[in-house]
Design a protein around this ligand. Sequence first.
Ligand code: F6R
Length: 365
Amino acid sequence: DKGEFRHYMLKEIYEQPKVIAACLEGRISDERILTSCFGANSAFLKEIENIHIVACGTSYHAGMVAKYWIEDLANIPCTVEVASEYRYRKVAVPKNTLFLTLSQSGETADTLAALRMAKQLNYLTTLAICNVPSSTLVRESGLTLLTNAGAEIGVASTKAFTTQLTALLITSIAIASEKGELSAAQQAELVTALRSLPAYVDAAIKQDEAIKLVSEQFANKHNALFLGRGPMFPIALEGALKLKEISYIHAEAYPAGELKHGPLALVDETMPIITVAPNNQMLDKLKSNLQEVRARGGELYVFGAKETGFEEAEGIYYNEIPWVEEVLEPIVHTIPLQLLSYHVAVVKGTDVDQPRNLAKSVTVE
Ligand code: F6R
């Protein structure tokens, strides 16, 4: 039931504060992650020395964000790979490696095949972060952390993605703490930030009307370039995927530092550039990348907190998103990109919930 919403996708975007709260429920105390959420025996957390993440599509993008969290917080090497590649190559597995899959449906054929292959290799254990408790992936994995997003009907994944990120941040903090990489005070600070997450996401959704206005200028575009740096690069990839999927506009994403190495040649007045600005030491670097784009006539669409100092100007469309702790930026900054692709698709009149050629659950290779 779509209720008051015109499409399931919009309903699911609006459900995010509630389902992120459901994903946190019972997994954090006032000052720490409750490791019991990984099952009765959470001793494996201490033993992890390496992580291999395997997933497809939007779930793969969530894994790419997690790599930044895991290496930054837990100081553990982490690789991320699409399941359709992983399953057909010989994989070297270092000692005490966790095999981590991400899947909304838990029925994606390539992800299941990757898990079955991994179970023949010498992994520490297999953990699935999944949204469907009765799925094959959950049944066949050693351990499970459910995302608790509720049924997702729209083919374009929204709330499944932000709850995967929430579950991945819980996992990253838990591993970092168990490995002795975080003090009790640092863990408490991260958990406090996590508690604010539903309210932050709610505040980001409040920009809906403003983003709808911006999207009207987008419907006649044929291409779009998404730029991000650090953990905002996978968010740029996800923004580009959403736009492609439901509005059929060709979109690409690049880490902003790669611009000069090729894609800058694409930029002229007809190429919109979309970026989510982080509020950290990468901000100045991003700003100079954006100047290179502006100098070639590219229109900029910037989403960022007030503190980033962006303002509307000739050729620059700025939308505010709330300030949040740096670690939460990938989750909160996803929201405006979801809303942008949704409204562009509505303006274009495409079938938002059932994009052409795509299926909700990809159970064939
Ligand atoms: C994009 C999308 C797909 C899925 C991918 C994996 O919006 O939904 O890219 O993320 O097919 O599906 P799951 O997560 O069910 O394994």
